[in-house]
Design a protein around this ligand. Structure first.
Ligand SMILES: CC(C)(COP(=O)(O)OP(=O)(O)OC[C@H]1O[C@@H](n2cnc3c(N)ncnc32)[C@H](O)[C@@H]1OP(=O)(O)O)[C@@H](O)C(=O)NCCC(=O)NCCS
Length: 180
């Protein structure tokens, strides 16, 4: 899976992406709405899982590379929903960028290309996104790309400890516009 936007290339992972992505995931600001930062070993394991997912499913979380200078901005993509959610959605969209690249509209630009891929190539019925309640920036991206909050879709994230302030999550959805 490889996608292109005006400013970005979304492509599979290479070994050269490992060091910059480890640095991104070790940044407490980037991981502000996650339970913790990640060690290099944890990030490497996550990259391995993303590569395996791409190989297995034919779609997954991709590297966002800036065309103008080749900078590795972070990851964004589509992936199978990893837990039961209201309405049993099958595909989620997600994003995580290095702090230096925030606020320039990169995530919504890349996300729109991912949604187009979900509709045109994967023929998905819908795509969902979810985040912890206080993650305003991520919610803004969901809104910018036309997703709507499912007010009945709130859930407790099964991988976050009970009682943790980031455990409560909200769910956004968007239906395939080619079906309406
Ligand atoms: C969520 C994220 C991918 C947004 O990417 P982006 O390319 O900056 O998206 P946008 O440029 O459209 O900005 C989205 C919102 O981020 C916020 N934002 C912008 N610049 C910011 C900055 N420097 N610091 C903090 N928040 C900022 C604003 O609320 C903005 O909304 P606005 O355009 O209405 O003002 C990015 O903030 C990120 O990687 N965060 C850390 C990882 C994360 O939480 N991922 C989501 C997990 S569900």
């Amino acid at each position: 899976m490889r996608l292109e936007t005006e400013r970005l290339i979304l492509r599979p992972w290479t070994d050269a992406d490992r060091a910059p992505y480890c640095a991104i995931c070790a940044d407490p600001e980037v991981r502000r709405y996650y339970p913790s930062v990640l060690t290099a070993d944890e990030t490497e394991a996550m990259i391995d899982r993303m590569i395996a997912g791409l190989d297995r499913d034919g779609f997954g979380f991709l590297v966002a590379e800036r065309k103008s200078d080749g900078a590795m901005l972070g990851d964004i993509g589509l992936s199978p929903v990893p837990m039961p959610l209201r309405g049993s959605p099958k595909i989620e969209i997600g994003w995580l960028l290095g702090r230096a690249f925030w606020g320039q509209g990169y995530a919504p630009e890349a996300a729109r290309a991912c949604l187009a891929h979900a509709w045109d190539v994967l023929d998905a019925d819908e795509v969902v996104a979810f985040t912890s309640i206080p993650n305003g920036p991520s919610r803004r991206v969901m809104e910018k790309i036309g997703m709507t909050r499912d007010l009945q879709g709130d859930f407790e994230h099964p991988e976050i400890a009970e009682g943790h302030p980031l455990r409560s999550h909200i769910l956004y959805r968007i239906a395939n516009p080619l079906r309406s």
